[in-house]
Write a protein that binds this ligand. Structure first.
Ligand code: ARG
Length: 464
């Protein structure tokens, strides 16, 4: 064993004493970055393939490296790989295992490369894979929302502002509002993917390398759109991780809003929906309870994802060029964001199609809240009353309704005419909840026909 092998580390040559045991643990990342062993191996195979093409490695060396790396991958997958903290990270663990298997050729793999461009490559490859999985799960949720919206296109519920009954809407329309939020999230995710899909490989430690490397080739082999433009930037910035986590925070914020509504709606006080038992839990002390744990947890997990965004922003803040060890801290927040988002999307995608609308309760609640008051005002305006006067008339009608316990649609024509003699029999067409929603019949409006048309458009768009 040479000296440097004894001290084991790849930088051993310069050092006169081994790393302090605590420092070894403190600086190691293998406990979490082992996660992207696949991407690390793929990156190394691409790098070696390129080195062979430009004549830095022989064909035999390339074959030995490729076969060796595939054998290491198989070991890892079979659970036969010993990860070692003293080898610090996933990169050095895999390289050491390779060299142990194939000898000298293994030591040549790192020619023209640094862990700085290696990790920058791996993490982009990893995140790209995760983005594709997340995009799929998001689309599954969106599809579920569209199906439910179509099913509930005619279902009437109160629409709220300030959480006070405002105007009747259709449940389908409400669900499509959620859909739109998620549609923007999906497009933010793709934007992030496009911007990050450039290959940092070849930036080496920070300045590039003296070997005649072909960066376009490794970029293509790894499915990147092209090589990055600047080596210093390539190894140092983690803005793509920040951007992904920003996407995730906004998505979680949207899911938290939907969660909040689901939680309210399942309460006895609202009683708008039922969630199947499999998405709920009971109480160990109160036998009557059925708690909406799944949406509550999604709402709660929003906090941790927002926290990760702040972590990454703060991690990057004020870092001088180029690579700094600080960047090793990008991984745990990023991984946890990926896991949390995947779980929450899965929970929602499973739960949404199982929602049972309690239509009578929704309807009754809309009826009780004088939610067609605006319709009465609009009716008066159509008959020539100035809007401000109409507002006054309706205000008085509502006050009368509160006193007598009657909704506008339950008053007789004579009762309504106390407040304006412009009111005629046809007023009842607009005072019903059905008439109210059907009248908002334009793109983006709540009319059932518009909801159905919006679902069709959204389905077509989702397919592309
Ligand atoms: N484990 C390191 C990280 O995650 C890899 C890069 C280390 N580079 C270095 N010069 N120490 O950032």
């Amino acid at each position: 064993m040479s000296d440097s092998e004894q001290k084991n580390q790849s930088w051993g040559g310069r050092f006169t004493e081994p790393t302090d045991a605590f420092v070894e643990r403190f600086t190691a990342s293998v406990g979490f970055d082992y996660r992207f062993y696949n991407q690390d191996i793929n990156g190394s195979i691409a790098h070696a393939t390129m080195l062979a093409k430009v004549g830095v490695l022989s064909d035999q060396e390339l074959t030995a490296i490729t076969d060796g790396l595939e054998a290491v991958r198989a070991d890892i997958e079979a659970g036969n790989f010993q990860w070692s903290v003293s080898l610090e990270d996933v990169h050095m663990n895999i390289e050491a295992a390779l060299t142990e298997r194939i000898g000298i050729a293994g030591k040549k793999l790192h020619t023209g490369r640094s862990r700085n461009d290696q990790v920058a490559t791996d993490i982009r490859l990893y995140l790209r894979d995760q983005i594709d999985l997340i995009a799929k799960e998001l689309a599954r949720l969106q599809t579920g929302l569209l199906d439910l919206a179509e099913r509930e296109a005619d279902t009437i519920m109160p629409g709220f502002t300030h959480l006070q009954s405002a105007q009747p809407v259709t449940f389908g329309h409400h669900l499509l509002a959620w859909f739109e939020m998620l549609k923007r999230d999906a497009s933010r995710l793709q934007d992030c993917r496009t911007r990050m899909n450039q290959s940092p490989l070849g930036a080496a430690a920070l300045a590039g390398t003296t070997y005649p490397i072909d960066r376009a080739m490794t970029a293509e082999l790894l499915g990147f759109d092209k090589p990055t433009e600047n080596s210093l930037d390539s190894v140092s910035d983690r803005d793509f991780a920040i951007e992904f986590t920003a996407f995730a925070s906004i998505l979680m914020t949207h899911l938290s809003r939907a969660s909040e509504e689901l939680i309210l709606w399942t309460s006895a006080q609202f009683g708008f929906i039922d969630l199947p038992d499999r998405f709920c839990t009971g109480s160990s002390i109160m036998p009557q309870k059925k708690n909406p744990d799944v949406p509550e947890l999604v709402r709660g997990k929003t906090g941790r994802v927002n926290g990760h965004l702040v972590s990454l922003l703060t991690l990057m803040k004020s870092q001088p060029l180029a690579y700094n060890k600080d960047n090793q801290e990008d991984k745990e927040p990023l991984f946890d964001t990926v896991d949390t988002v995947m779980d929450c999307l899965r929970a929602f995608a499973d739960m949404i199609p199982a929602i049972q609308a309690r239509k009578e309760n929704m309807y009754e609640s809309a009826r009780r809240g004088f939610s067609t008051a605006t319709d009465l005002a609009d009716y008066l305006v159509r008959k020539g009353t100035p809007f401000r006067d109409a507002h006054e008339v309706v205000g008085k009608s509502v006050a009368y309704g509160i006193k007598t316990g009657k909704d506008l649609s339950e008053m007789t024509l004579e009762e309504l005419q106390q407040f304006s003699n412009t009111i005629e029999q046809d007023v009842f067409d607009v005072l019903t909840l059905e008439g109210s929603v059907a009248a908002r019949n334009h793109i983006g409006g709540t009319a059932p026909d518009q909801v159905r048309a919006a679902v069709q458009r959204a389905r077509a768009e989702l397919k592309n």
